[in-house]
Design a binder for this molecule. Structure first.
Ligand code: MN
Length: 291
């Protein structure tokens, strides 16, 4: 894929665990063909050194069609890499201060080389001596859609692309605008639009931790295990699950008394606000809220 030339030129894939972008399926799913010797197809692939201790993701690149990802990258300088899946690659910008949910923050975003789609899976260490050596965290990830009448590529060409993000940390409408006075021609500004997700008191340091594993940069560097399940459970993966209509009534789980609090990575704790509990359901596009 010609657009990944610069990405590949900068990296030695026998020395970095980053994806090579070579197994990129263009459309649909890639079927693993059994090799003539009867060994699994994976055995024939180039061995990557060093091997990451954690196999973080199993989603194929084809499933990253409308993915955005923000990778916190502690290289020579700490920065955040913002990437949008457009036209079969991840269009990428390095954002020194990181994205912001505050409209007042106009963040410099320096466009960098296109990355392969499965780079959205990459969290780990890039060893010393390699391009971008340091630690990479998947700081946020989710889906996006392009706003306006022009498609994403046309908006990029015009130097202004509007999109809406649906991530864990970044949400709502944003714009990336190319600076006309930029000497190198690669400087853009990333600006949050004023909408219900806008937060004028946004502070990126209050939103730290991997959206994939819950780990800090330090914990990724130490190759500590994930603090949360890697992939959201999909219905087809649930044992004994079967398709049925939405139940007409669900009994809410009620609080129970216990002698002492407990700690469990599978639980989240929230302050108990008294008030009316409501259940919302969306069925055939209609929203119903019941208390
Ligand atoms: Mn980077």
């Amino acid at each position: 894929m010609a657009k990944l030339e610069e990405y590949k030129r900068k990296r030695r894939f026998d020395r970095t665990p980053e994806p090579s972008g070579e197994s990129e399926p263009v459309t649909g799913k890639v079927q693993d063909k059994p090799s003539p010797a009867g060994k699994p197809a994976a055995a024939g692939r180039r061995t990557r050194l060093p091997k990451p201790k954690l196999q973080l993701e199993v989603r194929s690149a084809a499933e990253h069609g409308n993915t955005f990802v923000v990778q916190k990258h502690r290289a020579t300088r700490l920065h955040y890499d913002f990437r949008l899946a457009i036209d079969g690659t991840l269009k990428s910008w390095a954002v020194p201060k990181g994205p912001s949910q505050s409209h007042a923050d106009k963040r410099l975003a320096v466009q960098t080389e296109d990355h392969p789609l499965d780079y959205a899976n990459f969290e780990g260490k890039i060893p010393e001596g390699n391009y971008g050596a340091g630690t990479v965290m998947i700081w946020d990830r989710g889906t996006f859609h392009v706003e306006g009448n022009l498609d994403a590529l046309k908006q990029l060409e015009k130097g202004e692309i509007k999109f809406s993000l649906n991530g864990e940390k970044l949400r709502g409408s944003f714009v990336l605008v190319k600076l006309k006075q930029s000497e190198k021609g690669n400087e853009w500004l990333m600006i949050k639009h004023k909408d219900s997700a806008e937060d004028s008191s946004w502070n990126i340091d209050e939103h730290d931790g991997s959206a994939l594993t819950g780990r800090t940069l330090e914990e990724i560097k130490e190759e500590l295990p994930p603090k949360r399940p890697l992939i959201p459970i999909r219905p087809e993966e649930l044992q004994g699950a079967h398709r049925s209509s939405i139940p007409s009534k669900i009994e809410p789980m009620l609080a129970t008394l216990s002698d002492r609090p407990f700690s469990d990575p599978n639980w989240l704790f929230e302050i108990k606000w008294d008030g009316v509990r409501a259940m919302a359901r969306i069925e055939n596009g209609a929203l119903a809220v019941r208390s």
